[in-house]
Design a protein around this ligand. Structure first.
Ligand code: G1P
Ligand code: ZN
Length: 556
């Protein structure tokens, strides 16, 4: 490879307001990122915040294919070289799913990675773009690092930019510029190798051969997972090409909202019902979320993580090493707790957000974890993993079919409910509420939990057992996270939880989570089962009166 040198010039800049990374990096409208110096400032702050500095670092770079990705990668190349970074490992055409990037950081023992995604937010010139930094363990940067990034953005006055011309990211291979190397790699290869280490592909292939009538339909929602699903489901597992829909990553996700839930994955939902699909699945823009459905069946994400843990023997990766521990975010239903208890496995309840699982995994205390927000994963990487969850569920179906050859998703769910009882769960989101109104709602609830007389109080048919604002002490580093959500638990283990979203960009988003535990009954439709708890929650919080909202924006 010919080596061309480059020169570096210091570009003068001034700070932009609001470059504060949220729950998952900096997410803003594309138009904001397109302002002169805006993206460079944030990338420079990110490079400067790398704990051992950018000089000599190896970084993985890639994103979900959304609009502005290509420009952003070229900017990263010029700034990385200018900062003395040694090597960038870039996905072909800049494409890497978030789980694939997490895997590559770990596999290449990289310093970290820059992930270019706004996850499930819509894309295109009028929608969102995002930049996030992941650490050497493959997981999102902790607050100490994101705070440092933010601090640097408030004082930045220049950045060193190398005069490297636009690099062709469609061609695989290594390009060197002086001491700086760019390796463009296949976006999918390493991820497929990892999945083959975790799951029994031969067994799955055999299952599909034995049940040629078993219909699978995966919807990539025009996000990043299309190429991954085609390689795994079609090429490796032998399913027909038609098993993957919306498989070409598009810069604006086909004009859709790439979030896998019953509302936004409507085309998939309709086809599953109309075409009698046994197994339907979807993933979000960057491939870390998942949804599993079948004709007449919906796997609630809180149940999904519990069933994956219950069926751990169906997955060679867990069968080999056993389960080191299980964890869920606080609002996620208690279905997982019951599996942990029955199997005698240590269990953790963490605040909302994937970053809290990372410490547990790095310390060897957690194998499987999940959140109610369509996130499921394991310690194979340090991000949630949509395609992994889908293969895990296919493994469960193949495993269960050994004793019941015609097994369907509902049979699997009902068997689980028979054994453990059912945790009916639903989340109501009230988006873009006036921040003062949201504060009022939270203050009514705070008054209730602070009142000692609340314990033992009857609310509708329920008696309050405990009421608090969730606080978490990280068992590994001792750090304390306060104010993680108001939770009211009733004597029958039902719960209502309120918290304010940490990812919303307009006003406040109130999330109301309700959970009702039914030890024996499992055939009621979820919304009917939880209706009386919703009534209790709305009355107690005075949400309707304070916000004027009769209905939530989204129900999941
Ligand atoms: C939301 C979800 C949370 C998830 C996060 C990032 O955060 O509730 O579970 O980890 O997105 O995908 P929130 O807006 O509730 O703070
Ligand atoms: Zn995502």
């Amino acid at each position: 490879m010919p080596t061309s040198q480059f020169s570096v010039k210091q570009v003068t800049t001034t700070p932009f307001e609001g470059q504060k990374p949220g729950t998952s990096g900096l997410r803003k409208r594309v138009k904001i990122f397109q302002q002169q110096h805006y993206t460079e400032n944030f990338i420079q702050a990110t490079l400067s915040a790398i704990p051992d500095g950018p000089a000599g670092a190896t970084l993985v770079v890639g994103g979900d294919g959304r609009y502005f990705l290509k420009e952003a990668v070229q900017k990263i190349i010029r700034l990385a070289a200018g900062n003395g970074v040694k090597k960038l490992v870039v996905g072909q055409n800049g494409i890497l799913s978030t789980p694939a990037a997490s895997n590559l950081i770990r596999k290449r023992k990289a310093t970290g990675g820059i992930l270019l995604t706004a996850s499930h937010n819509p894309g295109g010139p009028d929608n969102d773009f995002g930049i996030k930094y992941n650490m050497s363990n493959g997981g999102p940067a902790p607050e100490s690092v994101t705070d440092k990034i933010y601090k640097i953005t408030t004082t930045i006055s220049s950045y060193p930019e190398a005069d490297i011309p636009a690099v062709d990211l469609s061609a695989l291979g290594t390009k060197t510029f002086g001491d700086f190397t760019i390796e463009v790699i296949d976006s999918v290869d390493d991820y497929v190798i990892l999945m083959k280490e975790i799951f029994d592909f031969a067994l799955l292939k055999n299952f599909f051969k034995k049940r040629p009538d078993y219909k699978v339909l995966f919807d990539s929602l025009h996000g990043v997972t299309g190429p991954y699903a085609q390689r795994i489901l079609v090429k490796e597992l032998g399913l027909p090409e038609s098993s993957v829909m919306n498989a070409t990553p598009s810069e604006d996700f086909g004009g859709g909202h790439p979030d896998p839930n019953l509302t936004y994955a409507h085309d998939l939902v309709a086809r599953v019902e109309k075409e009698n699909i046994d197994f339907g699945a979807a993933s979000d823009g960057d491939g870390d979320r998942n949804m599993i459905i079948g004709k007449g069946a919906f796997v609630n994400p809180s149940d999904s993580v519990a069933l994956i843990a219950a069926y751990a023997d169906a997955i060679p990766y867990f069968k080999k090493s056993g389960l080191k521990g299980l964890a869920r975010s606080m609002p996620t239903s208690g279905a997982l707790d019951r599996v942990a208890k029955k199997k005698g496995i240590q269990f953790f309840e963490t605040p909302t957000g994937w970053k809290f699982f990372g410490n547990l995994m790095d310390a060897g205390k957690c194998s499987i974890c999940g959140e109610e927000s369509f996130g499921t994963g394991s310690d194979h990487i340090r991000e949630k993993d949509g395609v992994w969850a889908i293969i895990a569920w296919l493994s469960i179906v193949a495993y269960a079919s050994e004793s019941n050859p015609k097994v369907g998703l509902n049979d699997i769910l009902n068997k689980h409910y028979e054994e453990y009882g059912r945790n009916y769960f639903s989340r109501y989101d009230y988006e873009e509420v006036d921040s003062d109104h949201a504060a009022k709602v939270m203050s009514h609830l705070t008054a209730f939990i602070n009142d000692k007389a609340s314990i033992g109080k009857k609310l509708g048919a329920y008696e309050v057992a405990t009421a608090d604002n969730f606080e978490y002490t990280d068992p590994i580093d001792g750090s304390v996270s306060k104010n993680q959500g108001i939770r009211i638990v009733f004597t029958d283990a039902s719960r209502i939880i309120f918290r304010l979203s940490g990812t919303g960009s307009q006003g406040a988003t109130i999330r109301l989570y309700v959970e009702k535990y039914a030890p024996k009954e499992y055939k009621t439709e979820t919304q009917a089962a939880i209706q009386d708890l919703i009534d209790v929650a709305l009355a107690l919080s005075r949400l309707r009166e304070e916000t004027g909202r009769e209905k939530p924006t989204v129900i999941t």
